[in-house]
Design a binder for this molecule. Structure first.
Ligand code: C5P
Length: 398
């Protein structure tokens, strides 16, 4: 069963009898690991209650564009940004007509206009309505805008007629959605990614470390696996579960990470250093716990750790080597200097002073810099960003 782990699916439910199947669809999506938020149109609420979808999705259902209380919790633009994919199931003839003409007269149609996530529709309607030239004419502009049509299926209908217009079954929709995340861009490639912090032991109970959550590196590992790569994730201590289809190697210190990275990178196609490696470690490891004494100051001598990504960039044959530059000032200048100094193929720069972005948060905004150009990525979820970055990095491969 292909996975939807950590995927954020915005499920739009419009008015049609097939809406009852969408309740089951929420369960199928969640079983595959997706997070689901539901938006219902007014007509959908005549068939099913928001409470049903709230209970199944575990989140309040969004119904109104102009509801101040709902907007305060998660505004419609925020919801549009949140989604990795929008699935409208069932998509009624009326909704498809409104989407085709670019209307934004309710919450769901407005979200479809505002989102940058791909949109899929699972049409469901009476066979006559589906075959009507007006409905058929609406398909062309939808397809041209990259909107994916899943179904409809053919067969007996709730209205007693037989023909095309049945919504695809929930399991088939979940499978199609999961397949939509698989690009095959890195199939046959081996990708090694470092992630998380490192811990530099002082004594048996104390260590030096940093606030890295590992989320960016893990999201990259997942995106690379989705793109078909064999992925080795070399991870410092994090609270994150290993992504599916990824081989995780757990390490603690920078020296462990260095050793594992050099072993795994020979050979590999793409090496991404997303770990926040401690630059220094205590010169001496005390085998007994350091005791408190009378002094008010104590010195700890630190020595430099090996630079993992710089050493990988010296390998022969050398993988495409990509680093990160988390900076708090002169972000692009420092990142460019690092690109040169470490002889990288590309560097991903982020400004760690931006609120709610970067270190330890779920969202990030970065600039991808290589020797020829710079490309900015606006704030988005680390999952979405990872997918966009992997798509770009795959282009560097011969
Ligand atoms: O030099 P600085 O730590 O700012 O560089 C950041 C980049 O270098 C990141 O990609 C990080 O994973 C990598 N790095 C490394 N080994 C180190 C220090 C940093 O691979 N010892």
């Amino acid at each position: 069963m292909s996975s939807l782990t950590n995927k954020r699916i915005l499920l739009g439910v419009t008015g049609g009898i097939a809406a009852y199947k969408s309740a089951e669809l929420v369960r199928r999506l969640r079983e595959r690991g997706a997070e689901v938020r539901v938006v219902m149109t007014e007509a959908a609420q005549k068939f099913m209650t928001p409470l049903t979808f709230q209970a199944l999705s575990g989140h309040p259902v969004h119904t109104d564009l102009l509801d101040p209380a709902a907007e305060a919790a998660m505004g419609h633009i925020e919801l549009a940004r949140w989604a990795d994919r929008v699935l409208v199931a069932p998509a009624s003839a009326d909704f498809m007509a409104r989407l085709a003409s670019g209307r934004g007269d309710d919450l769901l149609s407005t979200l479809c206009l505002a989102t940058r996530a791909p949109i899929s529709l699972a049409p469901a309607m009476n066979q006559g309505m589906w075959q009507n030239p007006a409905t058929q004419a609406n398909l062309e502009p939808l397809r041209r805008r990259g909107i994916q049509l899943l179904g409809p299926g053919d067969g007996s209908q709730a209205c007693g007629e037989v023909g095309p217009g049945r919504m695809l079954e929930p399991e088939a929709l979940a499978t199609a959605l999961a397949a939509g995340f698989e690009t095959g861009l890195l199939s046959g490639r081996r990708v090694v990614i470092t992630a998380g912090p490192t811990r530099e032991a002082i004594d048996p109970v104390r260590y030096l470390s940093n606030h890295s959550s590992g989320k960016m590196g893990y999201a990259l590992a997942e995106a690379a696996a989705e793109a078909g790569a064999e992925v080795i994730l070399i991870s410092g201590p994090t609270a994150l579960p290993a992504p599916e289809r990824v081989t995780r190697i757990d390490v603690i210190s920078a020296r462990d990470m260095h050793e594992a990275s050099l072993a795994q990178a020979q050979p590999c196609d793409l090496f991404i250093a997303a770990a926040a490696v401690a630059d220094y470690r205590p010169q001496q490891y005390l085998s007994q716990k350091m005791k408190k004494a009378g002094e008010t100051q104590r010195e700890l001598t630190l020595v430099k750790n090996p630079d993992i990504v710089a050493d990988v960039a010296q390998l022969f044959p050398k993988p495409i080597t990509v680093g990160f530059a988390a900076e708090s000032e002169q972000v692009l200048e420092h990142a460019r200097a690092k690109l040169e100094r470490k002889r990288l193929d590309a560097i991903i720069a982020n400004d760690i002073t931006r609120d709610g972005l970067g270190f330890n948060s779920d969202d990030n905004a970065v600039v991808l810099i290589d020797r020829e150009r710079e490309q900015s990525y606006e704030p988005m979820s680390k999952t979405q960003l990872a997918r966009a970055l992997i798509e770009q990095l795959a282009r560097y491969l011969p």
